[in-house]
Write a protein that binds this ligand. Structure first.
Ligand code: FAD
Length: 420
């Protein structure tokens, strides 16, 4: 399959040349020319051509730009980017949530993103929709409606196979340009981080990644997001005032998941026949599953976390023994990780996991902001630190000033005595 130029249609406007992500198009004698050594047949050039002069041979014969199935022409606006320019922001409304799924199930963070969207729209009357893209995923619509979504926008296509993220991003861009939500939210998962920048670039709009809070500006209705910036030394407030949709990914485990509604009243809008879904340019050779949470922190009821105060890696077995005795998972600060004492999957904080256990033991941890953002929502915090002025004590429910290498063995002696 390849991209072809219909010379009789080409008007030499150069729009495709500017937008080709692979620099595979150029103008030769005022006509578009494809360098097939560079072209990956991503299909981005097809919809942008105002003269229907570009053909993607990989499409079925009965689907061509300009067909009745999809109207690629943009009335009164030859530049595709202007479909989503902010000077017409009032034509965009509502909040759309990206419904990520894997192995036939929604990922848990979708409920958090819907929770964030519902919290934002509370009392405003703004609708919350969900964009659900994939192959044979219609069964997930019910769950989205149960989470309080007003409308599910579904595109079900065999081209949307797992990890076909280029095809998914193209499909999502078309859908959003068509349905025009004012805000698009997703989760800061690996997939969210892959899809959202591609979509934002295609729609020529702004994206704020890994947000930790969201609100609507009372006067303008603009989305206001906050996220750590400059290495965590400040928390920045960011708005996207002129472009639509306003896109953001939110950090996992920060927002409360949406609760199920007792009588779902939302509807499903099947857009599968209206949105063109091109094939992926990727070839998936093998899917090797890893454990999403190898340190088992996200679901842990109790966490024993260690910091630089354990002094050396040789003291870690004591922590594991204590954690094992009370059925806890082991977490760590970045300092302990950076020193090579423990695997990065154990890291808690701004650049690690955000956890909400019932009990959190902070052992030899000073309480730096970058760590505490990841554990401050624990129900009970027990801090063991030899420095009575350590900031972690400001957060702790119970504070023990002392050497953890003495305090933890004493805890374990007490536990053993109680068991006997
Ligand atoms: P320290 O700050 O060195 O504290 C060690 C503590 O142990 C001290 O309070 C000391 O009094 C106590 N202590 C010493 N000996 C004993 C003993 N025998 N018994 C009891 N207590 C003892 N950090 C994270 O944790 N997670 C993150 O995700 C993260 N992200 C970051 C992102 C950025 C961009 C930056 C710049 C930093 C980040 N950090 C993160 C690092 C963070 O700023 C701190 O440096 C780190 O959390 C400190 O780890 P700590 O408490 O183990 O070490």
């Amino acid at each position: 399959s390849q991209i072809r130029i219909l010379q009789s249609n080409c008007i030499g406007c150069g729009t495709c040349v500017q937008l080709c992500p692979f620099e595979a198009l150029s103008l030769v004698d005022a006509q578009a020319f494809v360098d097939h050594n560079r072209c990956v047949v991503c299909g981005s050039c097809v919809p942008v051509c105002p003269a229907d002069a570009i053909v993607d041979d990989s499409l079925p014969d009965d689907v061509m730009p300009g067909d009745s199935m999809v109207d690629w022409s943009i009335p009164d606006e030859p530049d595709v980017k202007s479909i989503v320019k902010g000077n017409e922001t009032s034509t965009f409304s509502g909040i759309c949530v990206y419904a990520e799924h894997t192995d036939g199930a929604l990922v848990p963070s979708v409920a958090e993103v819907i929770g964030a969207a519902r919290q934002l729209t509370e009392g405003t009357g703004l609708p919350v929709s969900a964009v659900l893209l994939g192959s044979e995923i219609g069964h997930l619509t019910g769950e989205l409606l149960e989470l309080g979504v007003d409308e599910v926008w579904l595109v079900d296509s065999p081209n949307l196979q797992p990890y076909a993220e280029d095809a998914e991003a193209r499909c999502m861009s078309e859908l959003l340009a068509e349905l025009k939500p004012a805000i698009v939210l997703g989760s800061g998962t690996r997939r969210g981080r892959s899809i959202f920048p591609r979509v934002a670039a295609r729609l020529n709009t702004g994206l704020c990644a890994d947000c930790i809070s969201l609100s609507l500006d009372q006067d303008t209705g603009n989305l206001v997001v906050t996220r750590p910036a400059y290495g965590g030394s400040i928390v920045a407030k960011i708005v996207i005032p002129h472009q639509r949709p306003q896109m953001a990914t939110i950090k996992e485990h920060v927002f409360r998941p949406a609760s199920k509604v007792s009588a779902p009243s939302g509807t499903v809008r099947d857009m599968s026949s209206q949105i063109r879904v091109s094939k992926t340019v990727l070839e998936i050779l093998e899917i090797v599953k890893g454990r999403a949470d190898p340190a088992n922190l996200l679901q842990a009821d109790t966490i024993v976390a260690v910091g630089r105060g354990i002094k050396k890696a040789e003291n870690l077995p004591l922590i594991y023994e204590f954690a094992g005795a009370i059925g806890a998972s082991v977490g760590a600060t970045r300092a302990a990780v950076d020193l090579g004492w423990i695997h990065p999957s154990h890291q808690i904080g701004q650049t690690g996991s955000i956890v909400k256990p019932r009990v959190y033991f902070a052992c030899g941890i000073s309480g730096a902001l970058q760590h505490t953002v990841g554990m401050e929502e624990a129900e009970t915090i027990v801090a063991i630190n030899s420095d009575p002025n350590a900031p972690i004590f400001d957060l702790a429910t119970y504070g023990i000033v002392g050497d953890l290498l003495e305090v933890i063995p004493a805890f374990m002696e007490t536990l053993k005595a109680e068991k006997q």
